[in-house]
Write a protein that binds this ligand. Structure first.
Ligand SMILES: Nc1ncnc2c1ncn2[C@@H]1O[C@H](COP(=O)(O)OP(=O)(O)OP(=O)(O)O)[C@@H](O)[C@H]1O
Ligand SMILES: [Mg+2]
Length: 149
């Protein structure tokens, strides 16, 4: 399955809502068995805004930070485990594997969201959902969705 879709977001609300839509898609099986969402985009592009909408749809309402000081945060909800990674500070991919990402990525039930996923591109499973956010203006973004594998 390979399909690319481009969405224009004109506000952080639009990007948040897109996160909600992708989470709904996972819940409803629109993306098959894919449970991994990889977020790419420069600093301040809106990855964490997307993550907030996504996590909200899974019932997570605690404050979501762009986890600059932590590499990952786990949520247990409705018997599911949801991981939110931010690899910005990770120096190289082997560090990510060392903290157990391999196990997380191979857990078919875990829902995983990774900011700065390009840092571990060689370890990413082929079945995944890629969301690339391009800054096109102060409040406008081009969001490229790729359902891969
Ligand atoms: N269309 C838009 N979509 C998303 N965010 C937007 C948009 N327009 C403006 N913004 C603003 O851009 C910022 C995005 O911040 P956010 O923390 O989500 O970025 P990030 O990609 O996670 O950055 P980092 O790599 O530092 O974690 C917010 O301040 C948000 O309000
Ligand atoms: Mg962020």
């Amino acid at each position: 399955m390979k399909s690319e879709e481009i969405i224009i977001s004109n506000s952080s609300k639009n990007t948040y809502d897109f996160g909600v839509q992708i989470a709904k898609g996972i819940k409803n099986g629109i993306f098959g068995k894919r449970r991994l969402v990889c977020l790419q985009g420069i600093l301040g592009s809106g990855k964490t805004v997307f993550a907030k909408g996504f996590l909200k749809e899974f019932g997570i309402t605690t404050r979501i930070l762009s986890p600059t000081f932590t590499i990952s945060k786990t949520y247990e909800i409705q018997e599911k485990t949801i991981w939110h990674f931010d690899l910005y500070r990770m120096l190289d991919a082997s560090d990510a594997m060392a903290i157990g990402m391999k196990e997380v990525l191979s857990d078919a039930n875990a829902i995983v969201l990774i900011e700065w996923s390009e840092k571990i591109s060689e370890f990413l499973p082929s079945k995944r959902i890629d969301v690339r956010i391009e800054v096109i203006g102060d409040t406008s973004r081009e969001i490229v969705l790729n359902v891969l594998g």
